[in-house]
Design a protein around this ligand. Structure first.
Ligand SMILES: Cc1cc2nc3c(=O)[nH]c(=O)nc-3n(C[C@H](O)[C@H](O)[C@H](O)COP(=O)(O)OP(=O)(O)OC[C@H]3O[C@@H](n4cnc5c(N)ncnc54)[C@H](O)[C@@H]3O)c2cc1C
Length: 413
C-alpha cells in the first residue's frame, strides 16, 4: 500500500540544515514535513560539533549545551604553538542535544517530523516537474506531495542528484573519531595536530567536552589520500603521539564517522521547486571542516524564502534565485579563500608544517580566530596582504589573493 501525504514544503533530512529550514517555514504558516531516515534526531553523530559561542548564542542554543574553549593548541611534528584569548570563543557542542533542540523548535512551530523514513528519490509529474518525494517507512511506501522541496540530506544530496542538478562530490573529507573518557584533560583547550605523522592529508584533533570527556579524531582529504580514517584513528591511539600521550587512559564510549564535501558551494543551489541547503549545497568551511553554523543559518534562510515562494504561488528557480545569490555573496568568497589556504596546506611537508605554525603564531588572536573561521572578506585579505606588519603573514595573504584557483572551476558540479 502507498500512503500519500500533502504538504506545502517537504524537507529531506533532519540534520541542522533541515530542522532549521523546518522551523522558519513552519513559523510562516507552512505545513511542513521533515523526513529523517534514522530512528531519532541526532542518532548517528557525524561531526565533532565545534562551533562558535557567538553563533550558538544567536541561534538560541542554551549555553549548557556546549563546552567553552579559550586556548587553541597546534602541533606539527616538531613544533607547538598555543593561541589564547581572555574569554572563550569556540564551543564544543553536545551534538545530540543541540540537534534535538532544533527539532523541538521546528515541531513547536508546527512542523511534522517523520522518523525512520527513507527518501528514495524526487517524484515528478507527467511534464517532468518535481512535485514531491517518494519514501519508505517501516511498514509502507509513501509519497509526499509538496509545492517545494528542501534537500537537506547532507553529503548525499539525494534530491539534487535525483533531478540531475548535481553529481556526487569528488573532493571531500572523511573523518573518524571517538568520544571517550580520558584520565587527564584541560577542558578549555583544543588541540589540532598537523603533518603526516597525524594525517596524510588533513589533521587530527582533541576537542574537550569537560569532565574527562573528549572527542579525539582524524580527518583525511579525498582524493588526496587513500588512507582510511578509522584505521588512522586506531593507529594514533596505539602510537599516542603528542599530545595524545598526555591524556592518560583513553576509553572510547562512542564512535563517530562522517564525510563532508570539500569543493565549496555548488554552482547552483536552486531548481524549479527545489532548494539545496547545508552540506547538500556545499555550505561549509573546508579549511577546518566546519558546517554546523552554516547549516543552521542557511537552513533558516531556505525555510524563509521557501515559505515566501509558496505564499506567492511561485516556486520557480527564478523566484528562489535570491537565496542562491545571497549565499554566494555572503560566503562564496570566504569559502573560496579557505579552499586556497587548504591547497597550500595539502602541499606542505612536515618541515614546512613546522614553519607554517610559526606564521600562524604571528597572527593576533583576533586575526587567528577570523582565519580559522574563514571569516576573511576580500578587503580583509587585501589589507593583510599589503599592510600586515609581519612579512610572513603578508606572503600568506598575498598567496590567497593571487591564487589562480577558481572555486567554481574546481567544483565542476
Ligand atoms: C568528521 C567530521 C567532523 C566534523 N566536525 C565539524 C565540527 O567540528 N564543526 C562543524 O561545524 N561542522 C563539522 N562537520 C561538518 C558538519 O557536521 C556538517 O557540515 C553539518 O552536519 C551539515 O548539516 P546538514 O544538516 O547539511 O547535514 P547532516 O548533518 O549530514 O544531516 C543530514 C540528515 O539527512 C538525513 N538523510 C540523509 N539521506 C536521507 C534520506 N535519503 N532520507 C531521509 N533522511 C536522510 C541524515 O540521516 C541526516 O540526519 C564535520 C563533518 C565531519 C564529516
Amino acid at each position: 500500500m502507498t500512503r500519500i501525504y500533502d504538504y506545502d514544503i517537504v524537507i529531506v533530512g533532519g540534520g541542522p540544515a533541515g530542522l532549521s529550514a523546518g522551523w522558519t517555514a513552519a513559523k510562516r504558516g507552512m505545513s511542513v514535513a521533515i523526513i529523517e531516515r534514522e530512528e531519532a534526531i541526532g542518532q548517528t553523530i557525524r561531526t565533532s560539533g565545534v562551533t562558535w559561542i557567538e553563533d550558538a548564542k544567536s541561534f538560541g542554543i542554551p549555553d549548557d549545551y556546549y563546552n567553552k574553549i579559550k586556548n587553541y593548541a597546534f602541533y606539527s611534528p616538531n613544533n607547538y604553538i598555543l593561541k589564547s584569548s581572555s574569554k572563550p570563543h569556540a564551543a564544543v557542542l553536545d551534538v545530540r542535544k543541540t540537534y534535538q533542540f532544533l527539532a523541538y523548535q521546528a515541531a513547536s512551530a508546527g512542523a511534522n517530523i517523520f522518523l525512520k523514513t527513507n527518501v528514495i528519490e524526487g517524484s515528478k509529474d507527467e511534464k517532468g516537474k518535481l512535485v514531491g518525494v517518494r519514501a519508505t517507512s517501516m511498514k509502507e511506501d509513501l509519497i509526499f506531495r509538496s509545492k517545494l522541496i528542501i534537500d537537506a540530506s547532507g553529503f548525499y544530496s539525494i534530491i539534487g542528484k535525483s533531478v540531475g542538478m548535481v553529481s556526487q562530490w569528488r573532493r571531500f573529507g572523511a573523518g573518524a573519531e571517538y568520544e571517550a573518557y580520558v584520565d587527564k584533560t584541560d577542558s578549555d583547550t583544543w588541540h589540532l595536530m598537523v603533518g603526516h605523522k597525524y594525517s596524510p592529508a588533513g589533521y587530527a584533533w582533541i576537542f574537550p567536552l569537560g569532565d574527562n570527556r573528549v572527542r579525539i579524531g582524524v580527518g583525511i582529504g579525498k582524493p588526496e589520500s587513500q588512507a582510511d580514517a578509522t584505521q588512522r584513528l586506531l593507529e594514533l591511539l596505539e602510537s599516542k603521539p603528542k599530545p595524545i600521550d598526555q591524556l592518560g587512559r583513553i576509553v572510547p564510549i562512542e564512535f563517530h564517522y562522517g564525510l563532508i564535501p570539500n569543493e565549496g558551494l555548488r554552482s547552483s543551489l536552486v531548481h524549479d521547486n527545489l532548494i539545496l541547503v547545508g552540506d547538500a549545497a556545499g555550505q561549509a568551511n573546508p579549511l577546518v571542516l566546519e558546517g554546523i553554523r552554516y547549516a543552521i543559518e542557511f537552513g533558516r534562510r531556505a525555510g524563509a524564502i521557501g515559505a515566501q515562494a509558496v505564499i506567492k504561488g511561485d516556486t520557480s528557480r527564478e523566484f528562489l534565485k535570491p537565496y542562491e545569490d545571497s549565499t554566494k555573496k555572503d560566503v562564496g568568497s570566504k569559502i573560496g579563500a579557505a579552499i586556497k589556504v587548504q591547497y597550500r596546506w595539502l602541499g606542505l611537508d612536515d618541515d614546512q608544517w613546522d614553519k607554517e605554525l610559526e606564521i600562524i603564531n604571528e597572527l593576533s588572536i583576533e586575526e587567528f580566530l577570523d582565519f580559522v573561521k574563514a571569516d576573511f572578506g576580500m578587503s580583509n585579505i587585501i589589507r593583510m596582504a599589503t599592510h600586515h606588519p609581519k612579512f610572513a603573514i603578508r606572503q600568506l595573504f598575498d598567496m590567497i589573493k593571487n591564487s589562480r584557483i577558481d572555486l567554481y572551476h574546481i567544483q565542476g558540479n
